[in-house]
Write a protein that binds this ligand. Structure first.
Ligand code: ATP
Length: 211
């Protein structure tokens, strides 16, 4: 499903990650690592929003050689989303629906399950951090991506919302075969998600461990 080849990322000539080769199949993966190890950097590179050397392929589509096609297949939710304060949640949703060519009505059940309709038309400057997080997670489910990247999806969500997010992930994987990379600091409750493996980010590289 996802391949990284000769991947190198530096900030201002300081190397952060070097991954000679990484090849993972379809599934749901956790990305683990200490603060500053490079989890967000890895996710942003796979999302196609930061530059790096080497190549990343998603189902044989290269981020470098087929950039538009690649980006259409990947959705990303940032750890701490920042949106223009004067726009509303509905504005953001309409934008993503168009950009991701989403089927009409796709957000409805997501909005309902997280009970977001009540504040969707408020300006984003008036959202709490949890409300912003839910919106950013919802936007990552818009369209029909093959891979959804969620950076720290568990932070700022209350327990009820966490259970709903786990249901979204499981349902999407089961019905559409969507793969997920999820970064987290928290130790997870066992059996919440059918995890295929863990990517450990340490010593400026990434190691894959099954289960
Ligand atoms: N824009 C940037 N400019 C310079 N250095 C950066 C930049 N972004 C990240 N770094 C550095 O790259 C390294 C990896 O950062 P990254 O945010 O990817 O780590 P992380 O594992 O996601 O951390 P955390 O768990 O604290 O969120 C850190 O040393 C950080 O200081």
């Amino acid at each position: 499903m996802l391949q990284l080849a000769d991947f190198e990322k530096s900030y201002h000539h300081a190397p952060v990650l070097h991954i000679p080769q990484l090849d993972i199949g379809p599934g749901i993966y956790w990305i683990k690592g200490a603060n500053g190890s490079g989890k967000s950097t890895l996710l942003k590179a796979i999302a196609g929003i930061i530059d790096f050397s080497g190549d990343i392929l998603l189902n044989n589509t290269s981020i470098k050689k087929q950039a538009v096609d690649y980006r259409r297949r990947v959705n990303f939710a940032e750890a701490e989303p920042v949106f223009p304060e004067f726009l509303t949640g509905s504005d953001m949703l309409a934008l993503f629906m168009t950009a991701k060519q989403a089927p009409a009505g796709q957000p409805d059940r997501y909005l309902e399950s997280m009970q977001m309709q009540a504040y969707l038309d408020q300006p984003l400057g008036a959202y709490s951090s949890g409300m912003l997080k839910k919106l950013s997670l919802l936007l990552a489910f818009i369209g029909t991506p093959s891979l959804i990247l969620l950076d720290e999806p568990l932070i700022t969500l209350d327990m009820a919302s966490l259970a709903i997010l786990y249901d979204w992930i499981k349902e999407r994987q089961q019905t559409q075969g969507t793969s997920f990379l999820l970064s987290s600091h928290q130790p997870l409750e066992e059996h919440t998600l059918p995890i295929s493996g863990t990517l450990h980010v340490a010593d400026k590289t990434v190691k894959w461990l099954p289960g």
